[in-house]
Design a protein around this ligand. Structure first.
Ligand code: SF4
Length: 548
């Protein structure tokens, strides 16, 4: 592990009381900070191997169970049968099942077939066949028993995969364009920079106690597919005076106080990316707010400081050198950002992006995908940030056959808009924070809309969330659906959604408007969305998109 950047001085005036380490607040100001101070989250690994996997669920220390296990991608899943009305009322232990969700981090979304098959085998052997592709390119498994975790880690680590810092107050998966290195239109391939960051800093105790999670993206994608606007740190490919490098953005995030990231206006050369990443993460560690969990993301710090002061502190206290000024990224190329469909690579081969429904696959399907890829001469697959997948390196004479085989197993290469652009978070099936069901609701919505609106082909994002958090990015969807209990026409409290309309990212980023009084029960959702779409179709001006 390399030595992290350290601040040179600590004299900045900040309002007191936010719990920043750099201002001397080393005494924990809340329970989460106490737990992190008592023992580093990374230390739980050895206890899982030596004690918990042998002693079983009941041997797990509660502070590890609901805290440090996350440092290795493990969350207790929700006990089945507890309705969403009880989520905020019950104690955490009443919501805990004796099984875990396990998140496998897939940095850059990059997998070879061996890795894909290992995840498929783990899904079938230990996770009741479950597997969900997340909107941060990870794969989540459910029904994991603590006894099986050491074997799962052995299998993953044997093929270069890991669950280290997949959750927790840590540097999470580093997102990257699934087409990095193969897309003729890309500005720069960020693969080496992602590897630089993960190999140096993931699992490094210098960065394992952050105020909260830290989400990263590195991409030179000309379609801006890694949603740099809503990451804690993002490096976006640019060309500056004939040189390829990155424009750095800091402090994007959604949830209850959504903010778009700010540009620091600095040009970062490829070899500087890891240092700048460590500097920004170091600022977050040292100056980030630790008193209140809901203010502990880096977006609050940069919102208070402004980009100019943030850059000044980065350069003077952490890097020790000035960064060159640089240009903003070019506008994203037109069309959708999701890489679904068949498109040429720069080497003459093709990539084939396909759409499972809302990222839900299973162990057998992952095996099938590996087999189909292999039969058609490909050794590489990718996960996307839209809960989709891409197979790379398909020779021209294999394209028709691979498309037919994927479509035959319902992995659509030419999906409807609804299949292609609907995402859903985990929801009440497994998530302890959820108020409503999401995955099955979204699948039903897709199927219904395909029947009701068969000719609809315009881009339209529909993001379904099970609670006010924004794991499925509701505020930047054309139609964002935030799960809550609503009252139906019989006066009963049932699962439903608050509707947000007109969110977007890209050239004119915009948070969707929460439309007063616009709530739909889960039952009436297909009819509701159909009416919204038909009204838009009727009233839109030439060339107008939904978010406009
Ligand atoms: Fe759970 Fe809420 Fe996130 Fe959905 S949005 S996965 S319900 S925390």
């Amino acid at each position: 592990m390399s030595t992290p950047a350290r601040p040179a001085n600590r004299h900045h005036k900040r309002p007191r009381g936010e719990g920043q380490w750099a201002l001397g607040y080393r005494e924990p100001l809340n329970k989460n900070e106490e737990n992190k101070k008592a023992d580093d989250g990374l230390n739980v690994r050895q206890r899982i191997i030596d004690i918990y996997s042998k002693g079983g669920f009941d041997s797990i220390d509660p502070a590890d169970l609901r805290g440090r296990m996350r440092w290795y991608g493990l969350y207790t899943q929700r006990k089945p049968g507890i309705d969403g009305g009880k989520t905020a009322i019950l104690e955490p232990e009443e919501l805990d099942d004796r099984y875990f969700m396990l998140r496998v981090r897939i940095d850059g979304g990059q997998l070879d077939l061996k890795q894909l098959r290992v995840i498929a085998d783990i899904s079938n052997d230990y996770a009741r066949g479950t597997a969900d592709i997340t909107d941060r390119q990870n794969i989540q498994l459910h029904w994991i028993e603590i006894e099986s975790v050491p074997d799962i880690w052995n299998r993953l680590e044997a093929v270069g995969l890991s669950t280290t810092e997949a959750c927790g107050d840590t540097p999470r998966v580093v997102m990257g364009c699934p087409l990095a290195g193969i897309d003729a239109a890309e500005v720069i391939d960020g693969t080496a920079q992602i590897a630089d960051i993960t190999s140096r800093y993931v699992g490094d105790k210098a960065f394992s106690n952050l105020p909260r999670k830290f989400k990263s993206a590195v991409s030179g994608c000309s379609a801006h597919c890694t949603v740099h606007e809503i990451n804690d740190i993002a490096f976006v490919g640019v060309t500056h005076e004939g040189e390829q490098g990155f424009d750095v953005w800091v402090g994007g995030g959604l949830s209850t106080n959504p903010m778009f990231a700010k540009r620091l206006g600095a040009f970062v050369r490829p070899e500087q990316v890891h240092e700048v990443w460590a500097g920004v993460c170091g600022i977050f560690r040292d100056y980030g707010y630790r008193r209140l969990r809901h203010r502990a993301r880096i977006k609050f710090l940069i919102n208070d400081w402004g980009a100019e002061k943030f850059r000044e502190i980065l350069e003077t206290e952490y890097l020790g050198y000035r960064l060159a000024d640089g240009p903003a990224p070019e506008e994203p190329r037109g069309g959708r950002r999701d890489h679904v469909g068949v498109f040429p690579q720069k080497d003459g081969n093709f990539y084939v992006g396909f759409a499972p429904r809302v990222g839900r696959v299973d162990g057998d399907t992952l095996h099938r995908i590996a087999d189909i890829a292999e039969r058609h001469g490909s050794g590489r697959v990718r996960t996307t940030v839209e809960q989709k997948m891409v197979i790379l390196d398909v020779a021209p004479d294999q394209v028709d056959s691979i498309v037919a085989e994927l479509e035959a197993v319902d992995l659509r290469v030419n999906p409807s808009t609804f299949r292609r652009q609907t995402m859903a978070c985990t929801g009440i099936e497994y998530c302890k924070l959820a108020i409503v069901e999401t995955k099955a609701t979204a699948v039903k919505l897709i199927d219904e809309l395909e029947t009701r609106l068969p000719g609809f082909t315009e881009p339209l994002t529909i993001n379904v969330n099970g609670c006010p958090n924004s794991c499925a990015r509701i505020q930047v969807a054309d139609i964002g659906l935030k799960g809550q209990l609503v009252v139906n026409d019989k006066g009963e409290q049932v699962e439903g959604f608050q509707v947000h309309l007109g969110g977007s990212i890209g050239v004119n980023p915009n948070f969707g408007r929460k439309v007063r009084g616009l709530k739909a029960t889960a039952e009436e959702l297909p009819g509701y969305v159909e009416r919204v779409v038909r009204n838009f179709d009727k009233q839109k001006n030439e060339g107008e998109t939904f978010s406009e």
